[in-house]
Design a protein around this ligand. Sequence first.
Ligand code: OXD
Ligand code: MN
Length: 596
Amino acid sequence: MTNFTSKNEKLNQWVQEVSKMCTPDNIYWCNGTKEEYDKLMNLMVSTNSAIPLNKRKNSFLFRSTPSDVARVEDRTYISTEDQSEAGPTNNWLKPSELKATMKNLYNGCMKGRTMYVIPFSMGPIGSPLAKIGIEITDSPYVVCNMHIMTRVGTKVLEVLGKDGEFIPCLHSIGAPLEPGQKDVSWPCAPMEKKYISHFPAENLIWSYGSGYGGNALLGKKCLALRIASVMAKREGWMAEHMLILRLTSPEGRQYHIAAAFPSACGKTNLAMMQPTIPGWKCECVGDDISWMKVKSDGRLYAINPEAGFFGVAPGTSYNSNPMAMDSLKENCIFTNCALTDDGDIWWEGMDGAPPKHAIDWKGNDWSPDKKDVAAHANARFTAPAAQCPVICKDWENPEGVPIDIFVFGGRRASVVPLVHQAYNWDHGVFLGATAASETTAANIGSIGNLRRDPFAMKPFCGYNMGDYFQHWIDMGDRLGDKAPKIFYVNWFRKTESGRWLWPGFGDNSRALKWMCDRVDGKAGALETPIGFLPRISDINLEGLSISNDDILELLKVDSSLWKLEVQDIEAHFAQFGNRFPDRLKKQLEQLKSRLG
Ligand code: OXD
Ligand code: MN
């Protein structure tokens, strides 16, 4: 039984094909209305998979099964005819092989369930930078999350029209129900049957077996990064794992910054940061993904293709990110957080004392004396972006915002200074290509536990990363003197004894202000082997209680440590073989000779 068909024959045909393969009991086309959202939430409350929260209006808690709690990079594939198209950073299988395996899994996989057809737009509907996707899923949890994270509904089908292009995104939790079989609260398939597959040649996404986050909300990492990165390369634009923010100076000058950091480096916190420098204002355009296009004035304009935040909950507090906390008061979905006795959510790192008793993310009694955490480390909130008190008034501007500054960074206890500026575009691409983060607490001076995560795109680049570096170089050539200036930051420096050297959060505005001043030619800098660094006098430290020694340490370039770093960078670059751009090789040689 189906409630609808579209005017787009290609879409109708695809929906029919999928339904023949997956054999759902019903087909339901989503219209994106509040009534639809409420109806599905009520359905999930009635089946005990959603728990309504007393303390937050129209908000619900979900608990996943312990085997389905995060993106599964091991089970994520870029499937191209030739492995060299996927490159050394992606899992690869030939499309014929992967499709045969997955078709077997998809056969009859929606039995006993409803198949939802979700028309969604990444980017403001009708924006020249937006793309239309259609997600087919058998998970009502996915439908509700997509309502928040993307623009869903009939309007999208109107824009699609009879012959518009769409990106087909097929998702199944992989848990068919036999007649009379009782459902569980978080159905999914075992790990060895999970597949998150991308077929870039067809702009096609097939996901099977997981209901969680980026594995299942296919508009986000799958479409807006992996498939979009390939489209962007083909079509001459950029799809990046970047937050977008607007800084406004006391004089009213606006600067737009796009910044890429690996997971666990405080991206959502920076996107909503409140500057401690008097008179400066920060507004959030997006916290995770940026799509950028060169416009007729020769500048690069960015949109946030998403409509919500899918943020990591633990560690989020009024101290670390008050604007995120204020975004979470109503209309939110919480996944794998703890439930308090008065019907609210809680997670480690939230303000105040922990509750004396709660139900943990696994559904068990919890108290602070328990050794297990109450909320899973990857517990999430799904919140409408429009609820953020500092959402930029232009966040839905279909034309986007002009980018002045790119920032890369990672979590490094040592070696990398607080902030430095690339000498030129190619050097900036080099900084992006060498971006790295520590996965565990670092030994000072050691670079053994580093994960190189170029442009924070290692898990999200849908093609050969060597070609992706070249795409960045090509974009710089096109942008010429209109190209954004490129910087590298490290908020995470520590002393030998493990003390943080930099306060972070709102004080990060001090580094951002230096960048803005550099763009305007107003701030000085020191030429060092690794790039331009601010001198103490170049950076606004008013009102900050930090010792001179600490600042000197934060702005130090230790050539002997950088020589070790260079060895690690050489090994990292070697994996890209003959796809590695000559112009980045030259950057490496230049760095080496500057280090002496
Ligand atoms: C995310 C990630 O979930 O980068 O945004 O892992
Ligand atoms: Mn991300």
